[in-house]
Design a protein around this ligand. Structure first.
Ligand code: 2HA
Ligand code: ZN
Length: 264
């Protein structure tokens, strides 16, 4: 198709970020069935000719007029990694900030559309450089949710991130946590937006992980740091050790040395 919006979509360099990120998520086994979803917000060209608008389940005034790339419902990471054009859709958020319209690519957005919209609306205000959101299902982190006491941002951040000396440098604020919610619900979306205003990563209890970054690859970097710590935790538990972790004074020393203490 030769329409300008199709050329804009199909040639957009961000599709490469979708391709390589989806490939990696599939390779890591974090995306069983069609688990997980990704989005990036972007500016659209002036000359779009939108069609029919549908109501969004929430108001997103910060996103009015913007473009949103979103993986499609039921799309598999291993297939997005081969051809993102078929599996990622481009949408226009209406100037009213409460509707959206399909422009190109996949036509059926992920069931986590409310979360992606709510979070982008929040990030546009608090961390505008974070344009990308990834949701995925890493098993070592899901398993953590079943450990008694691992049920708050503080308990998980302090126990798990202090198992590797650089983890807290990547995530000085720690990670957020949300009690189990209905997948795809507006409630999950709104709680996520609130938690993501303070954290780059948020663990959804018994479900999976949510991350933001300047690119999809950057969000996945942070996710891998957290998942690595969880793998260290499970190795120690399997050896019969319940780890104390690195002393807080050493964590503080490291953050101080790299000028990140203010974010702790
Ligand atoms: O896309 O992971 O949370 C499937 C999901 C929903
Ligand atoms: Zn999920």
């Amino acid at each position: 198709m030769a329409e300008p919006i199709y050329r804009f979509f199909e040639n957009h360099r961000i599709l490469e970020d979708f391709r390589t990120s989806a490939h990696w998520l599939a390779f890591r086994g974090w995306s069983e069935a069609a688990g997980g979803n990704m989005s990036v917000r972007l500016e659209l060209p002036e000359d779009i000719s939108p069609g029919k608008y549908q109501a969004l389940p929430l108001q997103v005034p910060e996103l009015a007029g913007m473009g949103l790339l979103l993986t499609g419902s039921g799309t598999r990471a291993r297939e997005i990694g081969i051809d993102p054009v078929l599996h990622v859709g481009l949408y226009h958020i209406g100037d009213d900030g409460e509707s959206f319209c399909w422009l190109a690519g996949n036509k059926t957005p992920t069931m986590e559309l409310p979360a992606h919209c709510a979070i982008h609306n929040q990030l546009q205000q608090v961390r505008p450089e974070d344009k990308a959101i990834v949701h995925t299902h890493p098993e070592s982190l899901i398993a953590l949710c079943h450990v008694p006491g691992m049920n708050s941002a503080k308990s998980i951040s302090d126990k798990i991130l202090h198992l590797q000396s650089e983890a807290r440098l990547h995530l000085p604020e720690g990670v957020g946590f949300i009690d189990h919610q209905l997948p795809g619900s507006l409630e999950l979306g709104q709680l996520s937006a609130k938690a993501m205003s303070r954290h780059h990563l948020v663990l959804w209890q018994y479900h999976g992980l949510l991350g933001s970054g300047t690119s999809l690859a950057h969000a996945i970097d942070l996710m891998e740091v957290f998942e690595k710590c969880a793998q260290v935790y499970w190795r120690l538990r399997a050896a019969g050790i319940d780890p104390e972790g690195i002393a807080v004074k050493d964590i503080i020393h490291t953050l101080q040395a790299f000028g990140q203490l203010g974010r702790f």
